[in-house]
Design a protein around this ligand. Structure first.
Ligand code: URP
Ligand code: ZN
Ligand code: ZN
Length: 470
């Protein structure tokens, strides 16, 4: 069993930071040692990683990715192999992706399909949520058996009528079942019925450019859907997690619900913190690179989101990584914005992007770790194996250089997509070394690890789901 010592760094936890050497045996962290103590000498490491002047943080946990996902007549560009390698490059050591039920299909079939794509192919550990796109007696009955497989969260859509959409009755039923089987409901909260009317009206006026994607999905319709999802969850007692929250109106609904004691959490994504709807106006159809749902918003929303992250109203930053190449994929919507595949690449840059919040004084170092690793691990039933550096935890560890920097470019990133939303952004702080269960994957500028060593994470029902007020 390899014994690794990460020496001289500052360990950052959600609850505080302290100087410690991290001792690892095989796949696990075995102890945190006082730096320079004789116990450190007695550890007899096979491998020493020098971390003086560096931060030692738990590997990132990205609970919202879509690798090789069929959508809008194409398939998202990253495979589980390429996407998880890119994630590792950026300091993420666990993803939770989505199995997706097809209409009239079963949840079990969807899980099998995703497992056959992912198992044995991921560079880092992975779990799966389940998208329920056909809420009926038989899919409701299957939820229990999915929970036994470690799928303890189910995503529903209030958007995309005729495809992934569930109506309020279906949502209510799925929430009742989730509540019975200690699972979380994840909600894509946009009023899809109203949005489809606005989209049809825009197209009838011959408004076809990417910018009309944002114009037809106003933030108020995200706020309304978020409110409705919260009310339905309260009626059923189901724990609710709002995915990819982008709008101040939606955040206000989450704040009000949490203040009244409801079990509601929400995630936002780097694109809503760093980009704005102005990007959709780019020349020559370039705006299509920024089409995702909910859409990018006006900059005032990002300020509200940063405040929500700092103050605890938003719980998680995940990427919603759903990459489509500009060439041939985004181009499917060249004459009609509603045909542009929805989604942005981002799994590689989440940790470093969110770290800019620390650099700019918007969030603390500890909050950075909390939002990108500890709380996502906890909410989705992976803590304390994931999301923390402490004895007994998986040795998923990132050595992060706060004095380093990186300029993001499609020419140098590792995601299998031909553009970057953050092209030319220069970031302060840089991932230096990445360990996944004790194996070094990334060492400076080299990928040195096994490319298919990731394992399926059989997730539990998190305690926060069972006890209100957390
Ligand atoms: O535009 C987005 N967000 N695409 C990915 C699928 C989803 O709704 O999360
Ligand atoms: Zn969604
Ligand atoms: Zn998504």
């Amino acid at each position: 069993m390899t014994r690794t010592l990460i020496r001289g760094g500052t360990v950052v936890a959600a609850t505080g930071s302290f100087a410690a050497d991290v001792a690892i045996e095989g796949e696990r962290i075995v102890s945190l040692l006082e730096p320079g103590s004789s116990i450190t000498d007695a550890f007899h490491a096979d491998r020493v990683i020098e971390a003086t002047g560096k931060l030692v943080v738990p590997g990132g946990v990205d609970v919202h990715t879509h690798m090789e996902m069929p959508s809008a007549g194409t398939i998202s560009a990253d495979t589980f192999a390429s996407g998880t390698m890119a994630a590792a490059w950026g300091g993420t050591t666990t993803i939770v992706d989505f199995a997706s039920q097809v209409r009239e299909g079963s949840l079990r079939e969807a899980w099998d399909v995703s497992m056959s794509k992912a198992e044995g192919r991921c560079a880092i550990d992975f779990g799966l949520h389940m998208i329920v796109s056909d809420v009926n007696a038989s899919s409701l009955a299957e939820m229990d058996s999915m929970v036994s497989e470690g799928v303890t969260s189910f995503k529903l859509f209030m958007a995309y009528p005729g495809a992934l959409y569930s109506d309020d009755g279906q949502i209510l039923r799925a929430m009742q079942r989730a509540s019975e089987c200690a699972a979380t409901i994840m909600m894509h909260a946009e009023n899809g019925i109203a949005i489809d009317v606005l989209v049809a009206q825009a197209l009838a006026r011959n408004e076809r450019d990417p910018r009309f994607h944002a114009a037809t999905r106003p933030s108020s319709l995200e706020g309304e859907a978020t409110h409705r999802a919260i009310v339905l969850a309260q009626v059923t007692g189901a724990p609710l997690y709002i995915v990819h929250l982008s709008a101040a109106e939606a955040l206000a609904e989450v704040v009000a619900a949490r203040d009244s004691g409801a079990i509601v959490h929400a995630e936002t994504c780097p694109q809503y913190l760093f980009l704005s709807e102005a990007a959709l106006e780019g020349p020559e159809f370039e705006g299509a690179k920024f089409v995702c749902s909910p859409p990018l918003r006006h900059g005032t929303h990002s300020d509200a989101l940063w405040n929500g992250l700092a103050g605890g109203d938003l719980s998680v930053v995940a990427t919603d990584h759903c990459p489509f190449c500009f060439k041939d994929q985004k181009e499917l919507g060249k004459r009609d914005f509603s045909k542009i595949p929805n989604g942005l690449p981002g799994v590689e840059h989440r940790m470093e992007l969110v770290y800019q919040g620390v650099v700019e004084g918007r969030i603390s170092l500890e909050r950075w770790v909390d939002l990108t690793s500890t709380t996502p691990a906890r909410l989705f039933g992976m803590y304390p194996a994931k999301g923390v550096i402490q004895p007994g935890a998986d040795a998923d560890v990132v050595v992060f250089d706060p004095a380093g920097s990186r300029t993001i470019s499609a020419a140098s990133h590792h995601m299998a997509v031909d553009y970057s939303c953050y092209e030319g952004f220069t970031l302060t702080g840089r991932v230096q070394t990445v360990l996944s269960r004790g194996r070094v994957l990334v060492d400076g500028n080299s990928f040195v690890g096994e490319v298919h060593g990731g394992r399926y994470v059989r997730r539990s029902s998190p305690p926060s789901v069972l006890s209100p007020g957390k």
